[in-house]
Design a protein around this ligand. Sequence first.
Ligand code: MRU
Length: 349
Amino acid sequence: MANSMVETMRWQNGKLEMIDQRVLPARFEFIAYDSAASVAEGIRSMVVRGAPAIGCAAAYGVALEALKLAPSNSGETFTKQLEIGFEILAQSRPTAVNLFWALARMRRVWQAMGALEPLQLAQGLLKEAHEILAEDVRINRAMGEHGALLLKNQARVLTHCNAGALATAGHGTALGVIRSAVEAGKRISVIADETRPFLQGARLTAWEMMQEGIPVTLITDGMAGHLMSRGEIDAVIVGADRIAANGDVANKIGTYMVAVLAQRHGIPFYVAAPLSTIDLAIKSGAGIPIEERDASEVFGFQEKRWAPEGVAVRNPAFDVTPAELVTALITERGVVHEPNEARILALFR
Ligand code: MRU
């Protein structure tokens, strides 16, 4: 059965343990975290990545900081120090709105607890982090059930980046839809874009699918158009890092290219994302902050350098796909065909 056994993060002996996604699939290792600053560094350096997983990790970062501060700080110092923890986490990565969504939720819970002792506050925050993690899996399963109906038996589905269990608390968003379709008895095969430069498709999506015996074929990003032109792709499903109020979708760099190609070939382009990825405060994709990462990710990989010394490099980590290229948005509340501002707003009512 296609059931995601990957535990992206877990609470173990008073610490947060996260799979080190930088070294998969060569090595499967957990790293333990005990503070907001260490979790922020884990997010920044991509030990954990993927919008919902970043949100879950940030929630634990707040709880860990509160637990660390509680024994020796009270009243104002506790509040001041915990605020610093929130700020450090907010600075870790800019594009995935789930990070800010999770921090806002943790802040609301903190405020709602009122004037409790720091240890009680810390325990309340930890309880909320556990709830955010558990809820994410439930949401992904709901999304999977809605989205699975869109996939035909024998569908060959292209995906970009990794929007799987590793990018969430479990099951995944885009890969969750595929998993749910397989669980429903459909034969689905996956075409995974390698996803330059960080290779989330080659390293993570390919690995996740192979763990469960879901047929997967790896291609480089530039091969997608060719396969589409030969009729070898039936649908595209991707995740999202932030969706603007008008339905424009920020996702991993290269997604926009895939969406344009899909439209050219009349192939449905689906985006699977929870409501926590929708940012109603941002009108259109033009307002979404796009992270620029280090040049070293482009001129080489890990220890290997292949571009000449001194070459100018750009490394935007995300791009924006206009809503008009999105066939449907798959959420935990259902499927929104041809998403626009009114249809997206209706999801929140
Ligand atoms: O830079 P990353 O690996 O954090 O980017 C991840 C993506 O772009 C995913 O597609 C997105 O977060 C959706 S994950 C369910």
